[in-house]
Design a protein around this ligand. Sequence first.
Ligand SMILES: NC(=O)c1ccc[n+]([C@@H]2O[C@H](COP(=O)([O-])OP(=O)(O)OC[C@H]3O[C@@H](n4cnc5c(N)ncnc54)[C@H](O)[C@@H]3O)[C@@H](O)[C@H]2O)c1
Length: 245
Amino acid sequence: MKLEGKVALITGAGRGIGRAIALELAGEGADLVVADISQGPVDETRAEIEALGRKALALVGDVTSLESMEQVTAKALESFSRIDILVNNAGITKDNLFMRMSGDEWKAVMSVNLDGVFNSTRPVVKTMIKQRSGRIINISSVVGFSGNPGQVNYSSTKAALMGFTKSLARELGSRGVTCNAVAPGFIQTDMTDKLADEHKKALLSQIPLGRMGSAQDIAKAVSFLASDDAGYITGTVIHVNGGMY
Ligand SMILES: NC(=O)c1ccc[n+]([C@@H]2O[C@H](COP(=O)([O-])OP(=O)(O)OC[C@H]3O[C@@H](n4cnc5c(N)ncnc54)[C@H](O)[C@@H]3O)[C@@H](O)[C@H]2O)c1
């Protein structure tokens, strides 16, 4: 097991990719703090982690609020006294063609996907610097690199995460803390279930490996970056997209 003795905090861990990451890290021996916007879904994630024999703390944590994420960090430290791995996974879409995109659709996506990463990382960094070790892993997206019609708001946040990742990696490298990103392609979750069948068919035709990815495909890359095996990797991105980009 690659992550025995480690403690990981994951945002948006109530379902989808966040839950899959939590279960993968637990399977590798980590104890987990799982946070999401409401309690019910993270309680389910916690039960699945405990069934794997690991400890888990399930908390409400709204990434749009710095205060909320400070509370999550404080509770995590109360229970586990350390945080080794932070996975910034919470994210939303509010798709619309740019000509029709409202200010509210723009701001909502900025607030969760970009402000959310600041709000979740800022409280944890002090602890990682004190520990002189840590792994920060941001969930970006293929569309932050390729662009996508209807997702000017979403792809802007996911591209911005790369600036965040590279700059923070430069600031924290000398303290033993790495910062990387994983950029998923087209992954089967609630987020993509809402796409029209025609849109899904068009996307599938662009994937050389000929299938949508699974949440576990993403979780495996996160688990690698979180492990000692990735100790000399920082400020970069792993693309997990079936060859789409
Ligand atoms: N599914 C894909 O194809 C795909 C592709 C590229 C990137 N991603 C990224 O992967 C991450 C996870 O996506 P997913 O497909 O599992 O989505 P999802 O919608 O299934 O899950 C997202 C989770 O984030 C939580 N969340 C939303 N707003 C929040 C807030 N303010 N505070 C805390 N939690 C909040 C939701 O409650 C939910 O549990 C996102 O960052 C997404 O942008 C997904």
